[in-house]
Write a protein that binds this ligand. Structure first.
Ligand SMILES: Nc1ncnc2c1ncn2[C@@H]1O[C@H](COP(=O)(O)OP(=O)(O)O)[C@@H](O)[C@H]1O
Ligand SMILES: [Mg+2]
Length: 213
């Protein structure tokens, strides 16, 4: 069977990690544990995890925006080579928590480095490796931020601390990408109760891959 590469996108607090936990368990039940991989952006392997630590370290608040964008792209490149391509070639289903759209949204729009520029920068890093399906969990920035503040305040990272306007710009960029590429990107309303979000995500995956779920 051919590998499948599915990315999950959305603002902080949209529920990506919560949804993926259940989707991963369901797919493992169906296909077997060795056929399903959860991985996250940035990082996963040793080298990109080291880059991740640089990016999210609270002491690096003075990091230049382009430096940040280049580090995300570098980490992505390493992740593609060490995990995504080998798993795809092994016929696995890859559930990727954030990918290139996150850079376009966070660095391109949030940091105002330019969505097109960040997209182009990342083409060098990914070299044509794109998910066939991207599940975008859409949520109003206020609700996403409130969820994080209420449940995950111990895990707030450097990017989570940005102002509301930053997060609103991120969401607008996601919505633009969704409108520009509706074949790849499928929107799920993440403001619903978690069970309903998971049901909708299952349906989106099943529609693209009828042999899943
Ligand atoms: N649909 C939902 N309704 C209410 N709370 C949710 C929902 N989805 C996630 N949460 C809660 O919001 C917080 C952030 O969820 P998480 O899955 O970590 O989001 P993300 O990975 O997208 O940042 C968690 O505490 C989680 O329990
Ligand atoms: Mg998460």
């Amino acid at each position: 069977m051919q590998g499948k590469f599915i990315s999950f996108e959305g603002p902080d607090g949209a529920g990506k990690t919560s949804v993926l936990r259940q989707i991963q368990a369901d797919l493992e039940d169906q296909l077997g544990k060795d056929r399903v991989v959860y991985t996250r952006e940035p990082g996963g392997d040793r080298i990109s995890e080291q880059i991740r630590q640089l990016l999210f370290n609270a002491a690096n608040g003075d990091m230049d925006g382009r430096t940040e964008a280049l580090l995300f792209a570098a980490s992505r490149r390493q992740h593609v080579i060490s995990e995504i391509l080998p798993d795809l070639n092994a016929g696995k289903v890859i559930l990727c928590d954030r990918y290139v759209d996150s850079s376009v949204a966070y660095q391109g729009a949030g940091r105002q480095l330019g969505e097109k520029e960040i997209w182009q920068l990342n083409q060098f890093a990914i070299d044509g490796v794109m998910p066939e399906l991207t599940v975008y969990l859409d949520i109003e920035s206020e609700i996403g931020l409130r969820r994080i503040a209420e449940h995950r305040s111990d895990q707030v990272n450097r990017l989570d601390k940005e102002k509301l306007a930053f997060h609103q710009a991120v969401r607008q960029a996601y919505l633009r990408m969704y409108h520009n590429d509706p074949d790849r990107i499928k929107l799920v309303d993440a403001s619903q109760p978690l069970d309903q979000v998971i049901t909708d995500v299952r349906q989106v995956i099943h529609t693209r891959y009828p042999d899943l779920f």
